[in-house]
Design a protein around this ligand. Structure first.
Ligand code: NDP
Ligand code: MG
Length: 391
């Protein structure tokens, strides 16, 4: 048909819905292969009908009947479970959005790359847990990965046409999240509602809390190392409360190329959708005279231990990233469930890393999918024990 075949993994989420929005505006240009979601069956079914998807999949078996009912007579195929999501990722497709949250996004992304689709990667956990495996898979199958995280999209745009040998440093910015102006002593008392309100970006709840704790930035530093293949000491983080400069690339002639734009993920998603072209996008145009002021400051690692942990994870290498991400996911579950406090999250992740540090067979095993999943499981088990004994 000459249409572009696309799939959206995590279609019902924040990134997924922004992607659906862009596709909907030009739906005649696309053949939608698969849409996947989790609990939000009504949204999944609606988008599957509107975009005439071949298949709609919920991650949860217990939601299958509800999805079947919602799509009865629509002609859309339905399925449930992680295996069904994985299978859908092997279907012939030109462009795949990876926007499931957490380590659950790893496998579909890998399968899409093996099937030679271009992978628009929002799921940063894929690169944190299994960066070398993801990059090697893309290389082996001549598949393209395009970053969707706003900072990484900004860096990617900053290095177009440049020689990576001329890149001295990469600076990613952080808003500082919900608590950037709180005194340090008060952070331990931060509530779930307070951590779930982001000053500049409208995102899923998990990444919003990770922004307040800087775990999101910690994941992004590792993501930068893996995607751009630079050394950890070339990566810097700057707190930038306005969230208008997303990243800067420093070159060996002293030039700094900054990427600015409104805090709207449809920019980075649209860039990845139309790459290597640029197309008109429904994103606000900045008026810098009105903005007037851009501020930058160095992050304080006492306030944000997650940033120090990211450095330790990069130095340790191997499967440490998988343990780090798994422990972070469990700590976040614990905070959301009210079992641990806001500042306990970093302590718990650090303790998990320390406990597994001596396990050389785990950390230094080869980076295969099985070993990544084993390290992920191990990290979860240790972290769960620590949540349970925390009081
Ligand atoms: P959301 O929580 O808004 O959405 C997550 C999506 O994944 C939903 O479709 C959800 O389904 C689905 N999902 C949840 N759990 C599972 C599971 N176990 N298996 C399969 N699918 C599941 O997240 P975001 O859109 O905010 O983030 C998605 C990814 O993009 C994350 O990796 C995040 O770090 C990254 N990212 C997000 C940004 C943003 O602006 N939001 C910016 C940069 C990166 P349902 O909701 O139906 O239950
Ligand atoms: Mg980001």
């Amino acid at each position: 048909t000459g249409k572009r075949r696309i799939s959206i993994f995590g279609a019902t989420g924040s990134i997924g819905q922004s992607t659906v929005d862009l596709i909907r505006r030009d739906s005649e240009a696309y053949d939608v292969v698969a849409l996947t979601g989790g609990k939000n069956i009504a949204q999944l079914a609606k988008d599957a009908v509107d975009l005439r998807a071949n298949i709609a999949i919920t991650a949860h078996e217990e939601n299958l009947d509800q999805l079947k009912d919602a799509l009865f007579g629509s002609g859309v195929e339905v399925a449930a479970g992680q295996a069904a999501i994985e299978e859908a990722a092997t279907r012939p497709c030109d462009w795949v959005m990876s926007a499931i949250v957490g380590a659950a996004g790893l496998l579909p992304g890998l399968r899409a790359l093996e099937s030679r689709a271009t992978l628009a990667l929002a799921n940063k956990e894929s690169l944190v847990t299994a960066g070398p495996l993801i990059m090697a898979t893309a290389h082996a199958h001549h598949s393209q990965i395009l970053p969707v995280d706003s900072e990484h999209s900004a860096v990617f745009q900053g290095i177009v046409g440049e020689d990576m040998d001329a890149v001295e440093r990469i600076i990613i910015t952080a808003s500082g999240g919900a608590f950037r102006d709180w005194p340090l002593e008060k952070l331990a008392t931060a509530t779930l509602a307070q951590a779930s309100a982001h000053p500049n970006w409208d995102m899923g709840q998990r990444i919003t809390i990770d922004s307040a704790s800087m775990f999101n930035k910690a994941l992004e530093v590792i993501e930068t190392k893996e995607f751009f293949q630079v050394s950890p000491d070339q990566i810097e983080v700057l707190v930038h409360p306005q969230s208008l400069v997303h990243a800067l690339v420093g070159f060996n002639d002293g030039a700094l190329m900054a990427h600015l734009g409104a805090p709207d993920m449809r920019h980075a998603i649209g860039y990845a959708l139309h790459w290597p072209e640029r197309r008109n996008l429904p994103v606000e145009r900045l008026d810098l005279a009105t903005v007037a002021k851009l501020e930058f400051r160095a992050p304080d690692e006492t306030r944000y231990p997650a940033l120090r942990l990211a450095r330790e994870v990069m130095a340790a290498g191997g499967l440490t990233g998988a343990v780090f991400n798994a422990a972070k996911e469990i700590a976040l579950d614990g905070f959301i469930a009210g079992q641990i406090g806001f500042m306990d999250m970093a302590g718990l992740v650090e303790d998990t890393l320390t406990q597994l540090d001596g396990d050389t067979s785990l950390i230094h095993a080869a980076m295969t999918l099985d070993n990544v999943l084993a390290a992920d499981q191990m990290g979860r088990e240790v972290a769960r024990r620590l949540v349970a004994t925390n009081n």
